[in-house]
Write a protein that binds this ligand. Structure first.
Ligand SMILES: Nc1ncnc2c1ncn2[C@@H]1O[C@H](COP(=O)(O)OP(=O)(O)OP(=O)(O)O)[C@@H](O)[C@H]1O
Length: 235
């Protein structure tokens, strides 16, 4: 895959089906370097399918993806190797003194300075996700794919992780695609929010413009797009 017009990724007319079930049908998407894009959509609409295709983990049935061959991915579960100390989990495959130094610096960036020789089993859920972020960013990826990385964390830890990921993205400037179920998380983090429906991008919202007078109206619009009315939520 080649980079097009300096974009972090360009997706054209993407198709993906499982047997007769069409999940992605003519999806187009472009993410710029440093741009934070969040994707919402009802359960089963194909968000993870899209993310896995962008990550090169699954094949597609049509269309094109122009982006890095191996973008960085962070999943809901940290996927750390239990038998490797934290620095090795981050350095993964970079078995040089330079690789180790980079891993230690990346751990410092995510607030785990001095913990490089510690083990995954000694970490809280939030700390483990910090290591997963360090592992993702240590290679300075041009595209960072986040599949609900904060969904399993408690509310306070999640807010701290939001601050961290905002700082890290401002520092490293990858293009970001975040798949999430959390409308408030999307508004808090993203420059642009996409709603996926019917196998493609059904709506796009520029967050800065939509939240000039506060986040509530965008929140209502997004919940409406996701088939949730405030009356139903209150019930
Ligand atoms: N390997 C597979 N084989 C067959 N069908 C699959 C496979 N993976 C996903 N699907 C189907 O494709 C559709 C989209 O799944 P996907 O996981 O991409 O949705 P999603 O939007 O990420 O859902 P959720 O928000 O619940 O995580 C679903 O109907 C799912 O059952």
């Amino acid at each position: 895959m080649s980079l097009q017009n300096n974009a972090a990724v360009v997706v054209r007319d993407l198709h993906r089906h499982y047997g007769k079930r069409i999940v992605i049908e003519g999806l187009n998407l472009r993410i710029e370097p440093g741009e934070f894009v969040a994707m919402l959509g009802e359960s089963g609409c194909g968000k993870t399918t899209l993310l896995r295709a962008l990550a090169g983990l699954d094949p597609v049935d049509g269309g094109s993806i122009d982006g890095p061959a191996q973008p960085a991915v962070v999943f809901q579960e940290h996927r750390l190797l239990p038998w490797a100390p934290l620095w090795q989990n981050v350095a993964l495959g970079m078995d040089t003194a330079e690789g180790k130094a980079k891993a230690i610096a990346a751990l410092q960036e995510v607030g785990l300075g001095g913990r490089e020789n510690d083990w995954p089993r000694n970490l809280s859920g939030g700390q483990a996700q910090r290591v997963a972020l360090a592992r993702a960013l240590v290679r300075e990826p041009s595209l960072l794919l986040l599949d609900e990385p904060f969904a399993a964390l408690d509310a306070l830890t999640r807010i701290k992780m939001h601050e961290l990921i905002k700082d890290l993205v401002a520092l490293h400037r990858p293009g970001v695609l975040l798949v999430t179920h959390d409308v408030d998380e999307a508004i808090a983090l993203a420059d642009r929010i996409l709603v996926m429906r019917g196998g493609r991008i059904a709506s796009t919202y520029e967050v800065a413009a939509e939240t000039e007078s506060g986040p509530q109206s965008l929140r209502h619009k997004l919940l409406g797009q996701l088939g949730v009315t405030l009356h139903e939520r209150a019930a």
